[in-house]
Design a protein around this ligand. Structure first.
Ligand SMILES: O=C(O)CCC(=O)C(=O)O
Ligand SMILES: [Fe+2]
Length: 323
């Protein structure tokens, strides 16, 4: 069988930028910001070299915490309270060997203990798991805010609305495991856009993440220990009035090995309505999106009409293009 549209094994289309030690308002910040913004405006994605994830923390996360979590019996994992995008998500038709857990959220004070209590009630609640996930979250928070700030600053958003935007977000950790597909299929997660503002994706040793370029081809993001992928979600497209597109991406594992990834994502806080920032709407840039009630959108996308659509965001809150 011919391989399906193999991704280019190169990073040519996605810029890679080193943000280690870069402080706001410096010359280095301005240079890095230009690279981050150009890549985000073109593809909704950028690769970031960072030091927020030390080798020890990577090992604690991918070598201990995540294998211990996913080795638990299915009924234990399922006992984590679930919603459309919360708790435990088990295999589904669009991702048959995928399972995932949201384990930390700023709106619950960054508590992982509750997850530890449910998963390891007889085992001292596995404090090492909780400490590792909390350290990962704390370190990724700074990185994600840095990238979000660079993108909006570069589009001309002032410090006041930038601050209100950052305050409106709920950050969380999602840990994912992809088993070896029984069907032998190398497509682990179909092409999609994330219902987030930004998603930081950290891959373990096994390749898989692919980003769609503007010409429709796929760019493979090689797993590298010092590099994470930062991906724009649908809500960033709304906030930026379409200037940053939501990144189309998928997960494929051509080598058919078990795979782990950890994501640090931001979404609007519960009950928030998201709309294009004032600075990004004017006569030359009419609003591309109507105000988007995030809870309503999640319901529409996962339990309503949006399930059947390739671009549910456009149907939910896009401003209809004229004839
Ligand atoms: O596992 C990955 O590399 C990315 C997963 C992903 O795209 C998602 O969970 O939305
Ligand atoms: Fe995704």
């Amino acid at each position: 069988m011919a391989p399906i549209d193999d991704a280019k094994q190169c990073l040519s289309g996605i810029s890679r930028v080193d943000l280690r030690g870069i402080e706001p308002s410096s010359k280095e910040w301005e240079e890095a910001r230009a690279v981050v913004a150009a890549s985000m405006e073109a593809l909704g994605a950028v690769l970031v070299v960072q030091d927020a994830l030390s080798p020890d923390l990577r090992q604690a996360l991918f070598g201990h915490a995540m294998p211990e979590l996913f080795a638990l019996p299915l009924n234990v994992k399922q006992s984590l309270v679930s919603g459309h995008i919360n708790g435990y998500v088990g295999p589904r038709p669009s991702a048959p060997s995928y399972e995932s857990v949201r384990a930390w959220e700023t709106t619950n004070g960054g508590a992982v203990r509750n997850v530890g209590d449910v998963l390891w009630p007889h085992d001292g609640n596995n404090p090492a798991f909780c400490d590792t996930v909390s350290a990962f979250a704390t370190n990724m928070l700074g990185l994600q805010r840095k990238v979000g700030t660079m993108v909006l600053e570069s589009l001309g958003v002032g410090q006041g609305s930038l601050g209100s935007h950052l305050d409106s977000l709920n950050y969380s950790v999602r840990l994912s495991h992809y088993g070896v597909s029984e069907a032998g299929d190398a497509m682990l997660m179909k092409s999609h856009r994330d219902p987030t503002v930004l998603s930081v994706v950290v891959q373990h040793d096994v390749e898989g993440l692919e980003v769609q370029a503007q010409d429709g081809s796929w760019l493979a993001v090689a797993p590298q220990p010092d590099t994470v992928a930062v991906i724009a979600g649908e809500l960033l497209a709304v906030v930026t009035n379409g200037r940053v597109p939501a990144c189309v991406h998928r997960v494929r594992a051509p080598s058919r090995r078990e795979r782990l990834s950890a994501q640090f994502v931001s979404v609007p806080k519960d009950g928030f309505t998201v709309q294009p920032l004032d600075e990004l709407v004017d006569a030359d840039h009419p609003p591309r999106y109507n105000p988007c009630d995030f809870d309503g959108y999640v319901q529409f996308r996962y339990a309503g009409e949006g399930r059947k659509l390739s671009d549910p965001l456009e149907a939910f809150c896009g401003v209809a293009k004229g004839p």
